[in-house]
Design a protein around this ligand. Structure first.
Ligand SMILES: Cc1cc2nc3c(=O)[nH]c(=O)nc-3n(C[C@H](O)[C@H](O)[C@H](O)COP(=O)(O)OP(=O)(O)OC[C@H]3O[C@@H](n4cnc5c(N)ncnc54)[C@H](O)[C@@H]3O)c2cc1C
Length: 381
């Protein structure tokens, strides 16, 4: 019997597997895909994430210290810092590198292996899996659900359901001349935003978030970008994904813990989930290792996991969610006003110099916008 089965070989699953294996636990990662990569994701992480998790340069396509933000009517805010603020990952290579780390630590991977359900028995968890065309049952003392946004499976596992989420669409395009990240607000992505992220001197990722029909919005925006001469062709493959915006009510049960997108550990402001997922994977591995040592994998014991990750991220996610809901209520006109106010109070200059500005922790910035009533003023009809 394995100490732990990890469902999903994305970054959160591989990190949890690595940390458990490093603590001497026997770990099996079950991944439904035949290989890693091909995840619909722009792969932008903050410098803090890259430093904390020692992300190697070989999986970083580009380092970024500036971005342009455009309001619906085209007003631009330019934010720049002297030091590198973020990195754009080769997302496929990153997932593979994280899995290789886990494998080097001793974790075993099985691809083409879809987990269908988990039955909790008094002394183990029985994992039902369709593996390489065969139905099998694998036993483990505990299970880490790192299956990403998979509401059906999470429901079957008895974990919480997502209380709010959105969809994303993305394509890789030829965009010669694009030199920095660009973020757009307006009708191309109602309630959310769209982005262009340069990967190489000619390639870029173009994407947007939308509550419905993200593909339709993206196709329209690609045509617009082509007509503006920003991209060479709008005839490109579009990939889709979903992003939880609010964690489920609980992220643990007897012998089971959820991490990463499966636990809604995502920044609600931007939809970025890589960093929070990795941070929580470490917490999950610590709690499970202790629980295995004490031979107590009860829900009561594993509740410590939820307490710990919410202590670290709960406030940040709650504040971010509050900001997200406020922003979603703003009309294009109000967003334009917000840009004007931000410019007039010298936000560009302030961001370039302020200490404590962080790509990963938005709570403080949001609180200041609320404190100085900037969001409220912009939100007036
Ligand atoms: C358009 C878009 C852009 C994004 N851009 C960014 C960004 O720039 N920066 C950022 O930080 N985040 C971004 N994200 C979010 C980011 O991709 C996720 O937060 C991150 O991938 C979550 O990692 P994870 O390991 O929790 O889940 P995932 O990466 O989704 O991995 C889950 C794994 O589980 C496997 N799996 C699922 N079900 C089963 C099953 N039943 N059995 C076995 N295996 C299973 C899947 O195949 C997958 O490999 C973006 C998302 C979208 C949609």
């Amino acid at each position: 019997m394995h100490d732990a089965v990890v469902i999903g070989g994305g970054p959160a699953g591989s990190r949890a597997a690595q940390r458990l294996a490093e603590k001497g636990r026997s770990v099996l990662v079950l991944e439904r895909k035949t290989d890693l990569g091909n995840k619909c994701c722009t792969g932008i992480i903050g410098r803090e994430c890259a430093d904390t998790f020692n992300i190697e340069d070989k999986v970083i396509l580009r380092k970024v210290n500036s971005a342009s933000l455009f309001s619906p009517s085209g007003n631009r805010l330019y934010v720049q810092r002297e030091e590198i603020q973020a990195c754009i990952l080769d997302r496929g290579a990153f997932d593979i590198a994280m899995a290789e780390r886990a494998q080097r630590a001793g974790a075993e991977y099985r691809f083409d292996s879809r987990v269908n359900s988990v039955t909790i028995e008094p002394d183990h968890a029985a994992v039902a899996v369709s593996s390489r065309g065969k139905e099998e049952q694998i036993t483990a003392k505990c299970v880490v659900a790192a299956c990403g946004f998979a509401p059906g499976l999470l429901r079957r596992l008895g974990l919480g359901t997502f209380r709010d989420y959105t969809y994303g669409a993305q394509a890789e395009v030829t965009a010669p001349g694009l030199d920095e990240v660009e973020v757009y607000f307006g009708d191309m992505a109602p309630d959310f935003f769209a982005w262009l992220a340069p990967l190489t001197p000619s390639l870029a990722r173009v994407g947007l978030l939308a509550r419905k029909k993200p593909g339709d919005y993206l196709k329209k925006w690609l045509e617009h970008l082509k007509s503006e001469g920003k991209i060479v062709s709008a005839d490109v493959n579009i990939h889709y994904g979903a992003i939880p915006l609010k964690p489920p009510t609980h992220t643990y049960s007897e012998r089971m813990i959820a991490v990463g997108d499966a636990a809604g550990q995502v920044k609600p402001t931007s939809g970025g989930g890589i960093y929070y997922g990795l941070l929580c994977a470490d917490i999950a591995a610590d709690v499970l290792h202790q629980a295995l040592t004490e031979d107590d994998l009860s829900a009561k014991r594993l509740a410590l996991y939820e307490e710990a990750w919410r202590r670290k991220l709960g406030k940040e996610i709650r504040t971010g969610y509050r900001a997200r809901k406020l922003i979603e209520r703003l009309s294009n006109k109000q967003i334009d006003r917000l840009f004007k106010i931000a410019k007039s109070i010298g936000i560009e200059e302030a961001i370039s110099k302020a200490s404590g500005v962080s790509f990963d922790w938005h709570g403080r910035t949001v609180k200041q916008l609320i404190k100085y009533r900037i969001l409220n003023i912009a939100g007036r009809p």
